[in-house]
Design a protein around this ligand. Sequence first.
Ligand code: ATP
Ligand code: MG
Length: 287
Amino acid sequence: MPGSALEARKVTFRYEDGTKALDEISLDIPEDKKVAVLGPNGAGKSTLFLHFNGILKCDEGSILFRGSEISHRKKDLKKLRRKVGIVFEDPDSQLFSGSIYQEISFGPSNIGLSDEEVRRRVRRSMEITDIEDLSDKSTHLLSFGQKKMVSIASIIAMEPEVIIFDEPTAGLDPARANQIVDFLDRLNERGTTVIMSTHDVNLAYSWADYCFLLNEGKKTAEGRPEDLFRNDNLLEEVNLEKPGVLEIFESLKGTDLVDENGSPRNKGELIRMIERNSSELSKPEES
Ligand SMILES: Nc1ncnc2c1ncn2[C@@H]1O[C@H](COP(=O)(O)OP(=O)(O)OP(=O)(O)O)[C@@H](O)[C@H]1O
Ligand SMILES: [Mg+2]
């Protein structure tokens, strides 16, 4: 059993206007995994994430990082934020101004890395997010998607051990979105725990090792995507769509085109399964 990267224990949080955004929520983010958090608008996903690196402080309950309750002392928060990075939903709330180079190098310079190491990290982050051609441009002149890529690059440059992406693919064109998802996989392969919130059930189903569903500040369900998304009663109860691949797979169940016990997680896997089975079917019968 892997340990927990982050844990919320009976966390309740109210914003200043009295909105109860988290309501005694408890959940356990497994270390080294790819974790998706789903839930309708206003469910509390972003609020929960802001607790995970200490930007918000819960009114009741506690947040644990690797088994220890996080402390809000300035020095401890600085340490925590080197280990737990968060890419905000809205890039404008993350980016200050200046050039893209200044933006991305700010964090690494601030933690006292050598100039050479800072340059290496900035170059690498820009390469990964494919924004090298924008390097001299001022951040406030960028398009939404470009800003999002810069905000992702600036967190990657910190090389955190746990990285939280609040709706990383929202507002990105499909090629960029795929690029980001591939990158999240590579990050995870290198041992980073990756957490994302998303409204995209297809992405959560194909990408995540483990999912949490939130609603009205509470956790309504959790589990492996292949279990969660097969549970029709649950999906109906929480008003979540079934991933397209799973829907097609289930509609073909009982035919010779799909393996009865298969669980294709993406379009490619389903297509390969159908192709394999149909080529078996079209083989002449041996006599
Ligand atoms: N700064 C704030 N002041 C007051 N209420 C807030 C604030 N930010 C969020 N809320 C409220 O807290 C609740 C949870 O919001 P949150 O942004 O965490 O939801 P979310 O799950 O991230 O939604 P979305 O999918 O729309 O991003 C909502 O009812 C929202 O209106
Ligand atoms: Mg949100």
